[in-house]
Design a binder for this molecule. Sequence first.
Ligand SMILES: *Cc1c(COP(=O)(O)O)cnc(C)c1O
Length: 235
Amino acid sequence: MPDIADQLSSIRERILAACGRAGRKPSSVELIAVSKTFPAEAVREAVAAGQTVFGESRQQEAEPKLAELPEGLHWHFIGRVQRNKVRKILPLFEVVHAVDSLKLARHIDRVAGELGLFPKVFLQVNIADEESKGGYSAEGIREDMEELLRLERVEILGLMCIPPAVEDAERARPWFVKTRELRDELEDGFQVELPSLSMGMSGDFEVAVEEGATHVRVGSSIFGRRSYRVDGELG
Ligand SMILES: *Cc1c(COP(=O)(O)O)cnc(C)c1O
């Protein structure tokens, strides 16, 4: 079992260094500690080390875990969103990272209205057009953007991507660049601010920060190896 406090401080230092290389303010990057598959106890250790922002990818796993933990933590839902789970996800999570269709966004908007909430979301873009991955195509976002911006409750923060897994983080760089460029294009084309980019995981978060990530989702480098897979695409 790794020492979570040590791992966290090392990740924070690496984020700082990446910000330095890119001439970015450290406060412009949010570290989301991805606690999926790990028990509430591991989250408590991270909280003791000063971490307050966490990510989970399954509502069924997260709900009992969150119930054991103190209030005041900030939870991000980073997994695929099943329609029938939206009503349970919205009250628990401040941000939903993987919105990938107008239909889903409208459903979230409707449920948020019923619950009196104003959820923040990322649009997930399948930036490398991989068969196995969820997410909008770039073209799909362009087509839906106007309608998405018209939703009353849902606030779109920006784009989220999960590029192809590679051994060498440098090889993820072009996908991060492409995601940022798509964001810039959408901002210009639709005259809207999309300030956030959710990109970068344990293997490539430094490169993601260098390319403009505002939210990095880091799990195994903080909590250790996961002993089981959570969904079809990510372990
Ligand atoms: C599990 C997961 C992560 C964290 O992955 P690590 O490689 O363990 O850092 C990040 N993003 C998403 C969407 C995930 O499902």
